[in-house]
Design a protein around this ligand. Structure first.
Ligand code: FAD
Length: 393
């Protein structure tokens, strides 16, 4: 926490408590996804306050805060139950546009990302190209003043509500496989795009398959020069991994776990007083503290001008394992009530379920949903490979 500036911490907390609608907060705190309108409302409230894109340079609407201040800000928002920022547009595409995009692209897309007028999705993975991303097959061929795109993307998060997709595609078959790649910007309303839902084991529709059949986009909708896509994608993925540890969210979830365990009765008192369970919570808290200190160490080095090193991979591994361990403990704490998963408990706006209280009816969903965190952003096995290579093991 920002001990140097407690007034800042209080200001962020007070703003969030005053501005965030209770229904949105309740959804986030109970492990449900806020919808696009709820997220847009919150993002525009942040923009009005001048806090819409803390990591962006001031010239584009950022705050000018250093990395540690931004970390504190993100952490408070997560603890208070605010929706995550629009990660694909703001956290991934925008920095790539700022570094590699044309002035026209920056002027056209960045303001609309900030206010969530445009909602973006990330079209990288394909059925045969996940961990081995560079072997992707979707190709873009030059066709006069257009690119013509054909291929099949998969696991595209929120493609069904997105206005635009940034996609990694093959623009040259001749070059070595990494060299033939480019990032293109595709309006999701273009003819030839079919989005097919994938319903995950928590019963939610979050990810999709996207089929691209003779999709024609203007020639200018490419970032930089053809063939620069791999360099751009690596830059983008390094940003994805540094932000993925979700320390504020884990703090909030451990607090929720403790409050919940304190209400669970056992023959000798509460579950929180049970020595086995208390030990389990202590282990989670120690792991979280270690993760936070490692994050702050990395941020301290970044503040001094260093690029994120192998710590980013480590944070992704430990952060995702911790998120999963917390949902496992929560489900165990609920006992039999944890089985009563009702995916529709929130759909009518009442948050009521015939199967029990909101806090237990959403638990199994959160548990199932969190299995994804060790897969996306580069699976944990891949992170370990990178770490091993970096450390010369
Ligand atoms: C919920 C969810 C949301 C996602 N959202 C997006 C999105 O919005 N956009 C997008 O482009 N992608 C998205 N992805 C895709 C994600 O990036 C890939 O699933 C991930 O990179 C793994 O690729 P894969 O699924 O093809 O698995 P594979 O690469 O086939 O891997 C299968 C298993 O083998 C292991 N493995 C593979 N290679 C190695 C190796 N060399 N050494 C050791 N183990 C290995 C993996 O760790 C994994 O356990 C999402 C995935 C999920 C689950």
């Amino acid at each position: 926490m920002d001990l140097e500036n407690p007034a800042f911490v209080e200001e962020v907390r007070a703003f969030t408590r005053d501005t965030l609608p209770e229904t949105t907060r309740a959804k986030v705190l109970n492990g449900k996804l806020p919808d696009r309108d709820e997220r847009t409302f919150w993002q525009r409230a942040l923009v009005a306050k001048g806090w819409g894109a803390p990591a962006w340079p001031v010239a584009f609407g950022g705050t000018g805060w250093d990395v540690v201040r931004r970390h504190v800000f993100d952490e408070i928002l997560a603890e208070e139950g605010a929706p995550n920022p629009p990660v694909f547009g703001m956290g991934m595409l925008a920095p790539v546009l700022m570094k590699f995009g044309s002035d026209a692209q920056k002027a056209r897309f960045l303001p609309r990302i900030l206010t969530m007028e445009d909602f973006w999705c990330q079209g990288f993975s394909e059925p045969e190209a996940g961990s081995d991303l560079a072997s992707l097959k979707t190709r873009a061929e030059r066709d006069g003043d257009h690119w013509r795109i054909n291929g099949h993307k998969i696991w595209t998060t929120l493609a069904h509500v997105a206005d635009w997709m940034f996609a990694l595609v093959r623009t040259s078959q001749e070059d070595a496989k990494q060299k033939g790649l480019s990032i293109v910007l595709i309006d999701m309303r273009t003819p030839g795009i079919t989005v097919r839902p994938i319903i995950t084991m928590d019963g939610e529709h979050e990810v999709n398959e996207v089929f691209l059949d003779d999709v024609r986009i203007p020639a200018g909708n490419i970032i930089g020069e053809p063939g620069q896509g791999w360099t751009q994608a690596r830059y983008l993925l390094s940003l994805e991994r540094t932000g993925i540890a979700r320390i504020g969210q884990s703090k909030r979830e451990i607090a929720r776990l403790k409050a919940f365990a304190a209400r669970q009765r056992t023959p000798s008192g509460s579950l929180l007083e049970d020595s086995q369970f208390a030990r389990r919570i202590a282990r989670l808290e120690i792991a979280l503290l270690a993760l936070e200190l490692t994050t702050l160490r990395m941020l301290g080095a970044m503040k001094a001008g260093d690029a994120p090193g192998p710590e980013a991979n480590l944070l992704k591994i430990r952060g995702s394992e911790l998120q999963q361990a917390i949902t496992e403990a929560m489900l165990d704490a609920a006992g039999l009530h944890g089985f009563a998963y009702d995916p529709h408990a929130w759909s009518d706006g009442t948050h009521e379920s015939p199967y029990g209280a909101p806090e237990t009816s959403a638990l199994a969903g959160a548990y199932f949903n969190t299995r994804k965190v060790s897969i996306y952003g580069g699976s944990n096995e891949i992170q370990r490979n990178i770490l091993a290579r970096t450390l010369g093991l």
